[in-house]
Design a protein around this ligand. Sequence first.
Ligand code: AMP
Ligand code: ZN
Length: 466
Amino acid sequence: MKLYNTLSGKIEPFVPLEEGKVKMYTCGPTVYHYAHIGNLRNYIMEDILEKTLRYIGYEVTRVMNITDVGHLSSDADTGEDKMLKGAKREHKTVLEIADLYTKAFFQDCEKLNIKYPDIVSPATSHIADYIKMIETLLAKGYAYESQGNIYFDTSKLDDYYQLTNHQEDDLVVGARAGVEYDDSKRNQADFVLWFTKSKFDDQELKWDSPWGIGYPGWHIECSCISMCHLGETLDIHCGGVDNIFPHHTNEIAQSEAYLGHKWCNYWVHNEHLNIASGKMSKSTGEFITVATLEEKGFDPLSYRFFCLGSHYRKQLLFHYESLESAAKAYQKLKQRVRGLLLDSSGEVDSKIVFQYDRQFQEALMDDLNTANACTVLYDVLKLDCNNATKLDLIRKFDSVLSLSLLETVEVDKNLEQYILEQIAKRQEAKEQKDFATADRIRSELLKQGIVLRDTRVGTTYEIEEK
Ligand code: AMP
Ligand code: ZN
């Protein structure tokens, strides 16, 4: 398996710490609103990574946090807590908001065939872990108290910017939206580990700590949740590219200062989904959800199919027209597979399965080339072999692609019965060399949008999109 590692800036062979096992951590959603389809692109691609690793034989443990406290609207240490903002917007408590949007998030994931991670942990359930890590950082001299908050001292590290290629100035100015000069910090890159004094509204959820009643910073959550479930080392950490700085940079800083050794070997980042006006974002309010897609008549899985057509490290521009073409191609694909199910008798040709399965794996092992993996799927559909062999391969591929290709599509049972009868009549006519009748049946069906395909192993059909 080869993966692009943001830490080295290169595509590298993936070698886990323990043979055959992968410890994977993925930053979860901030549950103050519905996830938009940009967020979900990120989780679709992480799902593909997890399933690919499993497919090629690794035992994967995947952990995801749920951010229900501490994520301020600037991604840095300023702005209002996003959860509190959501609670005010909806006249609910923070916990009610967290519960509502956590459930909504996993419902969306289910509709997109995104597997539930092995472990899901809300940030509010790890307060003791944050306190322990902060105490150690203070004791080791990596943290300090100032004006009521505990900060991480970035000047204590030789390589604070190891994930970001040392573009210190660019990053501080460019990436931290709403960054302001903060006189309580020793260095402007320092970040909050524990708040007891926020410049903004009073926090709803607060806990006692050795430094007074307060709440954790956002970054400390992921370090502690990962270590709680996966131990002191990690194979893969994922997130969107906007998480590289400051979130993941700060996670590395505090984790490695705390542990005294390297923490995570591979950092995998997904590019954004954009709309014409720029990045799709929750905070600007301009976002499309799974529910929006459904209201417009799209099967959520056609969005998954749309995402698989492009590489995770490339920005993807969202237009309804492109989703529309993806949706048509997806329906056609499902119909072709359904056609194969009409006659799946025969023996699976293991040589063919081996050959095409290898091609499929090679595509995914090449830094998750999902578009090439889909091409292998189309190649299989065109193969000159029996349906049983094709279906065997499709079943295997779909365990990673997760497009529900073999699930029964909603087809009118009467219509199907009628088509099958027509196919049988045409076959009979052909056997009796009555080609005129056979052709008439075919063109009658065509007029109704039903296309027959004669394959070596029988006739299949597709219902054309209207
Ligand atoms: P949030 O719920 O805001 O914490 O974001 C959840 C995940 O979605 C993070 O890993 C972000 O990096 C990612 N993300 C945010 N916006 C986009 C976008 N437009 N396209 C793809 N991923 C995104
Ligand atoms: Zn995180």
